[in-house]
Design a binder for this molecule. Structure first.
Ligand SMILES: [Zn+2]
Length: 55
């Protein structure tokens, strides 16, 4: 456990695989946790190793 889910989206959803009601979590502060299951989420700017197509 202690896993942090990283997302490039500012809003993430969590239902702990249906174990609790679906909730949406705002990551505007950079990091937040689910009020039901305690899962931590972190906002990231880009996916790691994402290729950049700059012309
Ligand atoms: Zn949850």
């Amino acid at each position: 456990m202690g896993n942090i889910i990283r997302s490039t989206e500012e809003i993430v959803s969590c239902s702990d695989n249906g174990q609790h009601p679906l909730v949406y979590i705002n990551l505007k502060d950079g990091i937040a946790r689910c009020q039901y299951c305690g899962q931590k989420f972190e906002k990231v700017d880009t996916e790691s190793h994402a290729p950049k197509n700059t012309a």
